[in-house]
Structures are given as structure tokens and as C-alpha cells.
Write a protein that binds this ligand. Structure first.
Ligand SMILES: Cc1cc2nc3c(=O)[nH]c(=O)nc-3n(C[C@H](O)[C@H](O)[C@H](O)COP(=O)(O)OP(=O)(O)OC[C@H]3O[C@@H](n4cnc5c(N)ncnc54)[C@H](O)[C@@H]3O)c2cc1C
Ligand code: FES
Length: 280
């Protein structure tokens, strides 16, 4: 497999559409054929904000979707942007016709666990983590895979459940969990996952991918390690460069290997849960 950086393009591209999704969430549609045609779910782009040097550091964003369909004919990428600071504030002010400087696709695609028809793949998301999981589901829908897959989305309350309708609109079985019980399961998404795992017939194969806030990722790792499940967790560490040069994104290596650091941007961003230390 080629290293992600070998397929990476750097250029400026045209914004072709934007949408305010409410609650500080926005969608940006960008005509970027060089990125869209090779991008796979789980990969990300580094966005350069503004024409000058401030902010100097690019900002990483998962590819939320490509259009019209995932694959070599795709010409457009979509980003789901949560407005949190100066960089994202500038991004969500872009309008159709504006240009945006992107570097990508970067990082490895999310894995495809092998499961038979009785197996279930759980896709566990929270916050901005829903972006790569949606692209992943679009790929699974196109490939008509044999096993079941189920999206579990968590948020503090109903209004913050970003992406729920998008998953449902492509026919993916989706369960919501809210801390305040305003939609779906009353509790957090890891508690929901635990309940669903308990209900599965003994012997059924299970795998999963999670992407969410740090606390969710830590809790997911714990469940996966304690129950000895094949889960992967996609990390969203601070990433100054995104292509392996700065070591600004490192996590400790697997606990059973000689001590070393792993760069999340080029070795990940998705890692097997059992390779992650208790704190990462
Ligand atoms: C692999 C990856 C995928 C991501 N995908 C998405 C996504 O799909 N949608 C989305 O809205 N956000 C995503 N993020 C987070 C996004 O990069 C930050 O929200 C953004 O960089 C904030 O920039 P800012 O200038 O608005 O905020 P700032 O005020 O600069 O910072 C606000 C927060 O963003 C974090 N941040 C700032 N710069 C970086 C950086 N270079 N790398 C990582 N985090 C940074 C800071 O640590 C801080 O917690 C992703 C991050 C990573 C690492
Ligand atoms: S962000 Fe620079 S090495 Fe990973």
C-alpha cells in the first residue's frame, strides 16, 4: 500500500457550496478532483486558512463525503466544520466561488474488518467524529458488504446530534444516545454500546470503529480492551503539519513493544484499541 503522503496534493480549490447546519456546525463543498478521486474514508485534509501567514499552521479536517459517489470519478469533497476558534470562524465565512488551499488526502483510510454475515460492525461517533464515519458508511453502502453495520451516535442532547439524518438518509441503521435523554438512549454512547454488546447472541463476531471526543475515545478503548474486541479508534490529536515532519501529534507506542512514539498523522489516525495505552 502506498504511504498516504505519496498521493497527497497541495493546491487551491473552489468552494462550490456551503450550508449552516445550526449549533455552530457548517458544511463546505469543495470542487477538488485531485483529492476526491483518491480519498478514502478516514483520511483528512490540512486546510490553510487565509492568504497570509496567520494562522501559520494548517488545520486538519476529516473528509466527510465525496461526490457524486466515492471512487475514481469523484470530483468534490465535503467537510463538516465545527466553529471553535479563529481558523474555523474564517472557514465558515467562505461562500461559493471563494478559493480554499488544501493539502490531502492525508492519513491512512479506516480499516475494513473481515466479518461474515452474522457479524456486526459498530461505528461509534461523537462530535466531529461523525465526519469520517459518514464517508465510511457511504463506501460500505456502495460496496454492499455482507455483514451488518450499525452507527451509534452520542451527544449531550438532541440538538447536538449532528449527522443523524445524513446516516438515516443513506439507509444506515443508526441509534442515538443523549446524556439528557432528549433523543434515543438515555446515557452516553459507550453505555449504549455496552448494552447492545450484552444483547448479542454468544459467539457472534463483533468489530468496531470509533471516532469522537477524547473522553469517548478513552472509554471506548477501555471497553474494547476489557471485552477483547477488535475495535479501532480514530484520533484527532493536535496536528501541526499532518505529514510526519514535526512530531507534534505523537502518542506512545503499543504497551508490549519497546518504547517509541507514533505519529498519529502518518501511522493513523486510526489505531487498534489494544495498541493504545490507557492514557493517550
Ligand atoms: C485528523 C483530524 C480530523 C479532524 N476533523 C475535523 C472535522 O471533520 N471537523 C471539525 O470541525 N474539526 C475537525 N478536527 C478538529 C479541527 O482541526 C480543529 O477544530 C481546528 O483545527 C480548530 O482550529 P481553530 O483555528 O478554529 O481553533 P483554535 O482556536 O486554533 O483551536 C481550538 C481547538 O482546536 C484545536 N486545534 C487547533 N489547531 C489544530 C491543529 N493544527 N490540529 C488539531 N487540532 C487543532 C486546538 O487544540 C483547540 O483545542 C479534526 C482534527 C484532526 C486532528
Ligand atoms: S502532525 Fe507533524 S508529524 Fe504528525
Amino acid at each position: 500500500m502506498k504511504m498516504p503522503v505519496e498521493l497527497c496534493q497541495v493546491d487551491d480549490y473552489e468552494v462550490v457550496g456551503t450550508e449552516d447546519l445550526g449549533q455552530d456546525w457548517f458544511r463546505l463543498d469543495i470542487e477538488a478532483p485531485a483529492i476526491a478521486s483518491t480519498a478514502r474514508a478516514g483520511q483528512f485534509v490540512q486546510v490553510r486558512i487565509g492568504p497570509g501567514d496567520i494562522p501559520l499552521i494548517r488545520r486538519p479536517f476529516s473528509i466527510f463525503d465525496v461526490g457524486p459517489q466515492p471512487g475514481a470519478d469523484a470530483t468534490m469533497i465535503r467537510l463538516l466544520v465545527q466553529r471553535v476558534g479563529a481558523g474555523t470562524r474564517a472557514m465558515v465565512q467562505l461562500r461559493a466561488g471563494d478559493r480554499i488551499d488544501l493539502m490531502g488526502p492525508l492519513g491512512h483510510p479506516m480499516p475494513r474488518p473481515e466479518l461474515d454475515a452474522t457479524g456486526t460492525l459498530f461505528l461509534v461517533g461523537g462530535g466531529i467524529g461523525v465526519a469520517p464515519l459518514y464517508f465510511y458508511c457511504r463506501e460500505l453502502v456502495n460496496e454492499s458488504c455482507a455483514h451488518r453495520y450499525k452507527v451509534l451516535l452520542g451527544a449531550r442532547s438532541r440538538a447536538l446530534l449532528i449527522g443523524l439524518e445524513a446516516f438515516e438518509s443513506i439507509g444506515v441503521e443508526t441509534c442515538a444516545a443523549t446524556d439528557d435523554g432528549s433523543s434515543g438512549y438515555h446515557g452516553n454512547v459507550i453505555q449504549l454500546l455496552g448494552d447492545l454488546l450484552d444483547q448479542l447472541p454468544e459467539g457472534d463476531a463483533v468489530a468496531g470503529i470509533g471516532c469522537g471526543p477524547h473522553g469517548m475515545n478513552l472509554a471506548l478503548r477501555k471497553v474494547a480492551v476489557e471485552r477483547d474486541l477488535r475495535f479501532w479508534i480514530s484520533l484527532e490529536n493536535y496536528m501541526p503539519c499532518g505529514f510526519g515532519a514535526c512530531f507534534g501529534c505523537v502518542i506512545p507506542g503499543p504497551p508490549d513493544e519497546p518504547p517509541r512514539y507514533r505519529r498519529v498523522c502518518v501511522e493513523g489516525p486510526c489505531f487498534p484499541a489494544h495498541e493504545l495505552p490507557e492514557q493517550f
